[in-house]
Design a protein around this ligand. Structure first.
Ligand SMILES: *Cc1c(COP(=O)(O)O)cnc(C)c1O
Length: 367
């Protein structure tokens, strides 16, 4: 059996460190925020190459706070992509703003910068590119257009811890960048977690207040805030895991590259594209096939798990029917939703397992 990811293998590899970190928090009684979370914020800010990091309870909360701190609210428009996890769009809706979609480009399935400018109106208050699967969107083009209109860019980096664009880390290019530490993400908590990073003192200060009931000092509520604080135990666990993240990322990259080499000439699936100048961190290794459902059945019969990221683009989800979209509005996203499938990838996966997945795919239509 080859799973899509293996969180038990990761825990087993660092059990001693994790257990000690958890016991330390239990003894300290700093169960919400506290010293471990503060240290994790500093270390994660350094990792991203930014000045500030604000720890929160989920990636969705990080997006919500980054949008609010950028001044987004009712009556505004926020541009994003329909080919993403639904949380990107939900966070925009939480602010009262209207999500406006721009399609993705076919090679990377990230925001198509050539279609961006046409979607900008006087109501546009933010642009949220998504660094899908662990590869950053075309930040030079997106930033150039955004800057020419004075519109802030907020990076949805929830799948892109440690990804780079021309040497700049994910989260460090926009006004702010948002990360998720959901267990299956490249850096995952043992529960929920998230982080908003920024170089702006103002953004950081506002997000810090908003995550903790809008208070600057205890019981002095300056803003209408939220309870979006990170748990002490998650902060301590994430500090341990952050020390391993580069090794895990290099392991993911090696697996991704091995898949791409072995499947390079395949007539069965199309491999993902890693563009020059971008460090892809392979949160997801997604191949494309018009017969992906058939291929998934073949893999499943051999005990190999696969995933779908994502089978329905957000503009066609019932929950967002109020936006008034229909099939055909974003053809590149819709085609991807029909033909992408995610293959197993996790740092502890062996190259032999990669070969087995590839051999199973390559023999799908033989015998
Ligand atoms: C995981 C994810 C989120 C949401 O993060 P949570 O921590 O689950 O709230 C947002 N956007 C993208 C692209 C994600 O993959």
């Amino acid at each position: 059996m080859i799973p899509l990811l293996d969180l038990k293998a990761q825990y087993a590899s660092i059990k001693g460190e994790i257990d000690a970190a958890v016991l330390g928090v239990l003894a300290s009684a700093q169960y919400v925020l506290g010293d471990e979370v503060a240290r994790f914020e500093q270390e994660f800010a350094d990792y991203c190459g930014v000045r500030h990091a604000v720890a929160v309870n989920t990636g969705t909360s990080a997006l919500h706070l980054a949008l609010l701190a950028a001044g987004v609210g009712p009556g505004d428009e926020v541009i994003t992509v329909p080919f993403t996890f639904v949380a990107t769009v939900s966070a925009i809706c939480y602010t009262g703003a209207r999500p406006v979609f721009v399609d993705v480009e076919p090679s990377t399935l990230t925001m198509d910068a050539r279609q961006l400018e046409a979607k900008i109106t006087p109501a546009t208050k933010a642009i949220v590119p998504v660094h899908l699967y662990g590869q950053m969107a075309d930040m030079d083009e997106i930033k150039a257009i955004a800057d020419s209109y004075g519109i802030p860019v907020i990076e949805d980096a929830c799948q892109a811890h440690g990804a780079e664009y021309k040497g700049a880390r994910a989260g460090s290019i926009g006004l702010s960048g948002c990360f998720s530490f959901y267990p299956g993400k490249n850096l995952g908590a043992c529960g929920e977690g998230g982080m908003a990073v920024t170089n702006s003192d103002d953004q950081a200060r506002t997000m810090r207040m908003l995550r903790d009931w809008g208070q600057e000092q205890r019981y002095h509520h300056i803003l209408k805030g939220f309870n979006y604080r990170m748990d002490g135990i998650q902060g301590a666990i994430l500090r341990v895991k952050l020390r391993h993240l580069e090794d895990w990322t290099e392991a993911r990259r090696a697996i991704g590259h091995r898949y791409s080499t072995l499947l390079g000439g395949s007539t069965v699936v199309k491999t993902p594209m890693e563009l020059v100048g971008r460090r892809h961190v392979y949160h997801v290794y997604a191949v494309r096939s018009r017969d992906r459902d058939g291929l998934r059945r073949v893999l499943n019969a051999e005990g190999i798990q696969s995933g779908l990221h994502y089978p329905i683009p957000v503009h066609l989800q019932k929950a967002h029917a109020d936006l008034g979209h229909q099939a055909g509005d974003f053809p590149v996203s819709e085609e991807a939703a029909q033909d992408v499938m995610s293959l197993p990838i996790y740092p502890e996966m062996t190259m032999r397992q990669v070969e087995i997945v590839v051999e199973t795919l390559e023999h799908a239509y033989v015998d």
